[in-house]
Design a protein around this ligand. Structure first.
Ligand code: GTP
Length: 244
């Protein structure tokens, strides 16, 4: 994968096809790769709306992969840390206010050496979840650099949210919640603290994004405008509790 325009490269097309197969309805006998199943997947791909693209960004080790796995599978990847190589994605369908919203969530590598790969994907992102680790001050200090990068590569109207992850590690915390709130306010982005380990606010972060994207894409005339900031403020719960 290089700097080719997403959507036109061979790699991208392959990933889209793989995503369709992965999410298409399972064949009754479970033969995932047989012809019937493949044609159903193709049909499904043509008839369903394109997924809304959400990207996870932030320093290496802040918990992007774990957050995605928690959201997708409800599990926590404990144990030794394996860094993401390049970029990976998972699909998840959410029901938002009675409407099915399909999210394609891109898990990017936080390591500097993969930065050029990530840059190529920003343009297609409808939403970005920018993470830092509350037990790692450097990851918080780097948020400004991430925001500069987002400003340079992402769409101007991209939905952005700041997440302070790993709040379950209270004893190792070095970034106060107020500091996260202050930074988010400075940049005008919604903010919440999360834990991929306990599940705190994980579902909420993705649901809030899905709601905003759904309201933007449907624009129903009589529907009141959805206010992401207000929704997050209202719904977010303290890290002392255990929302999942
Ligand atoms: N305590 C705690 N540990 C976490 C949490 N989220 C992730 N971790 C741990 O942090 C380490 C890094 O997590 P990853 O999800 O792989 O980090 P990443 O941001 O995807 O890293 P890159 O792929 O290198 O960009 C792993 O050892 C995880 O088990 C969390 O919410 N709480």
């Amino acid at each position: 994968m290089g700097r080719e325009k997403p959507g036109t490269s061979g790699a991208w097309t392959k990933l889209r096809a793989a995503a369709a197969l992965q999410d298409a309805p399972e064949h009754p006998r479970g033969h995932r790769r047989d012809r019937v199943h493949q044609s159903r997947a193709r049909e499904w791909c043509l008839t369903s709306p394109p997924p809304l693209q959400v990207m996870l960004v932030g320093d290496s080790g802040v918990g992007k992969t774990c957050l995605l796995v928690r959201f997708k599978d409800g599990a926590f990847l404990a144990g030794s840390f394996i860094s993401t190589v390049g970029i990976d994605f998972r699909n998840k369908v959410l029901t938002v206010d009675g409407v099915k919203v399909k999210l394609q969530i891109w898990d990017t590598a936080g390591q500097e050496r993969f930065r050029s790969v990530t840059h190529a994907y920003y343009r297609d992102a409808h939403a970005l979840l920018l993470l830092y680790d509350v037990t790692n001050k450097a990851s918080f200090d780097n948020i400004q650099a991430w925001l500069t990068e987002i400003h340079e590569y992402a769409q101007q109207d991209v939905v952005l949210m700041l997440l302070g992850n790993k709040v379950d590690s209270a004893q190792d915390r070095v970034v106060k919640r107020e500091d996260g709130e202050k930074l988010a306010k400075e940049y005008g982005v919604p903010f919440m603290e999360t834990s991929a380990k306990s599940g705190l606010n994980v579902e909420l972060a993705f649901t809030a994004i899905a709601k905003e994207l759904k309201h933007r894409s449907m624009k129903l005339p009589n529907e009141p405008k959805f206010k992401l900031h207000d929704y997050v403020k209202k719904e977010v719960r303290g890290s002392g509790c255990c929302r999942s």
